[in-house]
Design a protein around this ligand. Sequence first.
Ligand code: SF4
Length: 338
Amino acid sequence: MSLLELNNLHVSFKTRHGEIKAVRGVDFWLDKAETLAIVGESGSGKSVTAQSVIGMIPRPHGRIVDGSVSFKGEDITKLPIKQYRKIRGKQIGMVFQDPMTALNPTMKIGHQIQEVFTKKLKQPKKLAKESAIKLLEEVGIKDPVSRYYDYPHQFSGGMRQRVVIAIALAANPSLIIADEPTTALDVTIQAQILALLKRIQKERETSILLITHDLGVVSEVADRVVVMYAGSVVETGTVQEIMETPKHPYTWGLLQSVPTVEGERQDRLKAIDGTPPDLSRPIVGCPFAARCPHAMEICAEQLPANENFSGTHKARCWLHDSRTKSYLELAAGGETSE
Ligand code: SF4
């Protein structure tokens, strides 16, 4: 049994313009001590998928309409909200993009960490303070005893993100959901935060669900990757499979943002021409068809099946169907990495 399993998850939002089907039949699993990255452009459904895991789909407009989110073998979407809240923060920690909004600006850093120990773990105040100081030290805050009394604005962006990670870790959760945890930071600090997450994972055997648009970040920390487009998973594989032998044209587009051998890197995705489909309308065929340079007639008519390339590598694309133009023929034309 995996720590986390999503099966056929569908999430919709009611809007003035109709129902937006933001997540459309997402499946994946995450094992203990593993890092799974969900990548995709903005609007691909990756953050909504993460929100489903922590029960934070904005109400009343958003809801899970089908499927399940199984955590430690239990479908947590069926839990009463009070029980859900207990799991969140205690068994599932969260790290968001902007540490300033995650922290209370009017409260001392130490007290914000201490609160987790007193409220979630019912530790007495003195012990909770000691635990908070120890944790500040663990996440690399120098002079933690005096920094305990500082406010968030007295910390740099990178230090604030370390504090957010400390809060997420306080209850020693089995799973951390990190939604674009380094996007707001400069490249040097980004590397430090990624190294910190990796170290913590190794020491504590925590699982990490990483949400990011940046395949460079993925290559540094992830074990496996889920590529999402228009609310659906278009490709999954180990980080090596996705980086070295990607099979889906959308993944090929995303990979243009990965660091080059020469050391240069682009921190943002190179834009893929065109726009994603309108998620308030039914999608017929492959959702990427309107933007795909390899699209064939059948792509706009029928959804391709998931093709297996290994026990871990799958992609949904007509290029790999034996009845359509051979993938190897295309590769010989220089369109793929193979
Ligand atoms: Fe492109 Fe067709 Fe493959 Fe979709 S199914 S990614 S449109 S080639």
